[in-house]
Design a protein around this ligand. Structure first.
Ligand code: ADP
Ligand code: MG
Length: 393
């Protein structure tokens, strides 16, 4: 089930860096205060200077700024107008506003624009230093809070998705074996009638009905697909499968023999690299066959032209590991994340999207795990782990 490790997600590694020098942007048209601020702050912060509002706004857009010191009285774009635009770019960055003679009215208007502090000109050096350091600290807190909120939001979406998946699984559980069996009967009847109709049309050799024949063909395919779904679930939900100690090598070897002679795999070469003294596993041979059929059919279907399927087995600290690699078309990450979801398929009209869901479920009920790795255009590898059987076989 994905990665939903809360403490890890919220770890310090995800916080914005604090070790680098913080940045202060000074926007003031007067050289005197601008220079004295620069000299006052340059040892502690990276200082950016702007001589007017527009310059300041450009810097804000192009740099990551932790605190702004803004003069209210400036020719051209006024301090107040500048502040309004600052807020459009960044609603949170702390702004220390320098007020001087004749700026009282502007200062009043600026109050609603989220001012960190008003400092009147000429400013006191210590007061200014202290104010900037508090502003920078506030910004750090804002940034980490925002980052945590974003992470929590992502986590939430993640959890919602998982719940959605789980609901689907729950629904699958409710579809009891009997219901599926009941569905299978009418499907068989529908299929029978469709096939009779198709035979009749074929024997009449009536070309005007070509279209109808195509429609029937679609119905036939879809009914068959429903049957496959019903049958797979029926098999998966039967828990009467007897488990015995089995050699995974023998099971896979039999599967490969079957596929080697099968026309669907005529473009595929199989290679095996089996561990000689592979540990036995306690499993239902029928269910394992179902898993390997699903994986091998997928691998075969992933290859249009010639390709290879490589199967490796080995013992690895009380586990039996099986790797099935193909040189097929592979998958991008977004697709790979979804392949075990019920009904997820990229084979429009042909796939059921339950092969991997059921395989995973079977493997997990055997105490095992399945993972997939893939690279587009290169191929896909499925890695299966089963607990080794430790009884005296
Ligand atoms: P289906 O085969 O009916 O589509 P599966 O559950 O077996 O359903 O597989 C789901 C999807 O996973 C497939 O539609 C395909 O997109 C992808 N997939 C599975 N195995 C492979 C593979 N070996 N190579 C590339 N894509 C694969
Ligand atoms: Mg499949």
């Amino acid at each position: 089930m994905g990665n939903m490790n809360l403490p890890e997600v919220l770890s310090a590694a995800n916080m914005p860096p604090v070790s680098e020098k913080n940045t202060v942007l000074i926007i003031d048209d007067e050289l005197g205060p601008r220079e004295s601020l620069r000299i006052l702050l340059k040892d502690f912060y990276t200082v950016f200077l702007a001589t007017n509002g527009d310059e300041g706004l450009t810097m804000l857009k192009t740099h990551s700024i932790d605190t702004i010191i803004l003069d209210l009285r400036m020719p051209g774009k006024s301090g107040l107008e500048t502040l309004e635009e600052i807020r459009k770019i960044n609603p949170d960055v702390p702004v220390i506003v320098l007020t001087g003679f004749g700026t009282l009215e502007a200062a009043q208007k600026a109050v609603h624009l989220n001012i960190f502090e008003f400092i009147s000109k000429p400013f006191d050096i210590n007061e200014m230093k202290d104010c900037v350091s508090r502003a920078v600290e506030k910004n750090r807190i804002i940034l980490s809070t925002t980052s945590i909120i974003n992470q929590l939001n992502n986590l939430n979406t993640n959890i919602e998705q998982k719940i959605h998946d789980l609901e689907k699984f729950a629904l699958l559980g409710e579809l009891s074996a009997e219901v599926l069996h009941e569905i299978n009967n009418p499907l068989t009847i529908i299929l029978g009638y469709v096939q009779i109709l198709m035979q009749e049309m074929a024997s009449r050799n009536d070309t005007t009905t070509e279209e109808t024949w195509q429609y029937l063909k679609v119905v036939e395919n879809e009914v068959k697909r429903c049957q496959t779904i019903a049958k797979s679930f029926f098999n998966a939900s039967k828990n009467s499968f007897k488990r015995t100690p089995v050699s995974i090598n023998i099971i896979i070897e039999n599967m490969i023999c079957f596929f080697r002679d099968n026309p669907i795999a005529k473009h595929v070469n199989f290679f095996c690299d089996f561990e000689k003294d592979i540990s036995l596993i306690l499993a239902s041979p029928e269910q394992l066959q179902q898993v390997f059929t699903n994986l091998l059919v997928n691998a075969i279907e992933a290859m249009d032209a010639k390709g290879n399927i490589n199967i490796e087995t080995k013992n690895q600290s009380k586990k039996v590991v099986v790797k099935i690699s193909d040189t097929g078309k592979g998958m991008p990450k977004e697709l790979l994340e979804k392949i075990f979801q019920p009904f997820f398929t990229t084979k429009s009209g042909k796939g059921t999207g339950i092969g991997l869901t059921i395989s995973k479920k079977i493997i997990e009920t055997h105490g095992g795990q399945i993972y997939a790795e893939s690279q587009p255009e290169k191929g896909t590898t499925f890695i299966l782990y089963f607990p080794a059987y430790e009884g005296n076989a």
